[in-house]
Ligand binder design. Structure first.
Ligand SMILES: Nc1nc2c(ncn2[C@@H]2O[C@H](COP(=O)(O)OP(=O)(O)OP(=O)(O)O)[C@@H](O)[C@H]2O)c(=O)[nH]1
Ligand SMILES: [Mg+2]
Length: 364
C-alpha cells in the first residue's frame, strides 16, 4: 500500500468516527498518524527540488509572492499585468505548465511573483503535479489565492495547502517540546487546555516514538496545532484572496459573494481594473520596511534603502548584503531610528529593525 492509500484509509476511519469527548483521544491519535505519513509525502515532493524541470525556481527580489488557484481563473493574465513577465494565457485549462517568475516593483521594493499551473481537488495527493505546485507555495512570503467569479465555491484550495503543511494566516503555536532521555512526559501548561490532556499528548508523542519529553504549552492549542509543532516542517504564510473577472458580474452579486467568502480584493486582470489597489494590498500585506545602511566613514545612503520584511533582524540585513565575511566577523551594529533607544545604540544579531532605521555594521 502506498503512502497516499494509507492516508486515505485513516481519513476514512476519521470520517466514520463521531466527534465527541469520548472519541477525541482516538481522533488525536489518527491525526498524528496522518501527519506522520504526510510528512513523508512532503519530504518526497520537496526533495525532487519542487518536482522536476521548471518547478525549482530561484528566489530573487526582496520578497516572493505565489499565485495559487484553480485552472483558468486568470493567474497568468494577472502576472502579465503586474510584472514584467509574459506568461502564456488562453481560454482553456492548464495553459501554464510550469512556474513562471515575474518582477513587480512597488515603492522601491522588488517583489518576485510566481505564476503556477492551476490546481484541482486532490492536488496534494499528486493530482496534476499538484504536489510540486503546492510545494512552491511553501517558499512564499505571501500566497495570493486567486478565484474567479465562477469558482467562488472552490475553497478546496485552502485544504490542499493545509495538506502540504502550509498554514495560511496562522501563527506558529506557542508550544515547546523538548525530548529527554527518561522521566516520561512532563506537561506544563500556563493556560487551561480545552482540547488536549496528558493522555492525548502522551499518545500523540508515542506515534513519533517520543516517550520522554518536557512539554510547555502557552495557549489553548488544538491537537492539530500540537501535531504541527511535533512534525516541525510547517510553513506559516499569510494570504490575500483575489477575485478575478469581476467585469462579468454586477456589483450586487459581488456583495452576495462577499457574504460567502469574506474579504477579498475584486479585480479584472484583463481590463486592468483595481490592479493598483491589489499592488498596494500585496505590498502592505508583505509588511515591507526600509532600512538604510551607513558606512563606517561618511553618511548613510538615504537614496537606496534595503527593503526587508517587518520583523527582520540585523542578521537578515547581513544576509541580504551578501558581503563576504560580514557575518563571521560581526562585532555589533549601531542603530539610529525607531528601533533604537538612543541614536547609535549598539545591538547584536537578533535586534529587530523598524521602518526608516539607519544601520551601521561593525565587523572585524
Ligand atoms: N472576462 C475576463 N476574462 C479574463 C480575465 N482575466 C483572464 N481572463 C480570461 O480567462 C482565461 C484564462 O486566463 P489565464 O490567465 O490563462 O488563466 P490561468 O489561471 O493562468 O489558467 P491556467 O494556467 O490554465 O491555470 C483567458 O481566456 C483570459 O483571457 C478577466 O479579468 N475578465
Ligand atoms: Mg496560467
Amino acid at each position: 500500500m502506498g503512502i497516499a492509500d494509507k492516508i486515505k484509509e485513516i481519513e476514512d476511519e476519521m470520517k466514520r468516527t463521531q466527534v465527541n469527548k469520548a472519541t477525541e483521544f482516538h481522533l488525536g491519535l489518527l491525526k498524528a498518524k496522518i501527519a506522520k505519513l504526510r510528512r513523508e509525502l512532503i519530504a518526497a515532493a520537496s526533495k525532487k527540488g519542487g518536482g522536476g524541470p521548471g518547478f525549482a525556481v530561484k528566489r530573487s527580489g526582496d520578497a516572493t509572492v505565489v499565485l495559487i488557484g484553480p485552472p483558468s481563473v486568470g493567474k497568468s493574465t494577472l502576472l502579465n499585468h503586474i510584472t514584467n513577465a509574459e506568461s502564456r494565457t488562453a481560454a482553456y485549462q492548464f495553459t501554464t505548465l510550469t512556474v513562471v517568475p515575474g518582477l513587480m516593483e512597488y515603492n522601491g521594493a522588488k517583489i518576485q511573483v510566481l505564476d503556477l499551473p492551476g490546481i484541482l481537488v486532490g492536488a496534494s495527493d499528486g493530482r496534476g503535479r499538484g504536489k510540486e505546485v503546492l510545494s512552491v507555495a511553501r517558499t512564499a512570503d505571501l500566497v495570493l489565492i486567486m478565484l474567479d467569479v465562477f469558482s467562488t465555491k472552490d475553497n478546496f484550495i485552502y485544504s490542499e495547502l493545509d495538506a502540504m503543511g502550509i498554514r495560511i494566516d496562522q501563527k506558529p503555536p506557542d508550544v515547546v517540546i523538548t525530548p529527554k532521555s527518561r522521566g516520561g512526559v512532563t506537561l506544563n501548561a500556563t493556560v487551561p487546555l480545552t482540547h488536549l490532556n496528558q493522555k492525548t499528548i502522551e499518545s500523540i508523542l508515542a506515534v513519533y516514538g517520543t516517550h520522554n519529553a518536557d512539554v510547555v504549552i502557552r495557549e489553548d492549542v488544538t491537537s492539530d496545532q500540537f501535531i504541527d509543532v511535533l512534525v516541525g516542517n510547517r510553513r506559516y504564510v499569510p494570504s490575500l484572496l483575489v477575485l478575478n473577472k469581476v467585469d462579468l458580474v454586477k456589483k450586487e452579486y459581488l456583495g452576495e459573494i462577499k457574504k460567502e467568502l469574506g474579504p477579498f480584493v475584486p479585480i479584472s486582470a484583463e481590463n486592468n481594473q483595481n490592479i493598483e489597489v491589489l499592488r498596494k494590498a500585496i505590498y502592505d500585506k508583505l509588511g515591507m520596511i526600509r532600512v538604510y545602511t551607513k558606512p563606517r566613514i561618511g553618511e548613510a545612503d538615504m537614496k537606496e534603502p534595503l527593503m526587508i520584511r517587518s520583523g527582520a533582524t540585523v542578521e537578515d540585513v547581513i544576509q541580504k548584503l551578501h558581503v563576504k565575511g560580514l557575518a563571521e566577523g560581526f562585532k555589533f551594529a549601531s542603530i539610529w531610528g525607531k528601533s533604537a533607544k538612543f541614536g547609535g545604540q549598539k545591538v547584536g544579531m537578533k535586534h529587530v529593525l523598524k521602518d526608516g532605521d539607519i544601520i551601521q555594521i561593525v565587523s572585524k
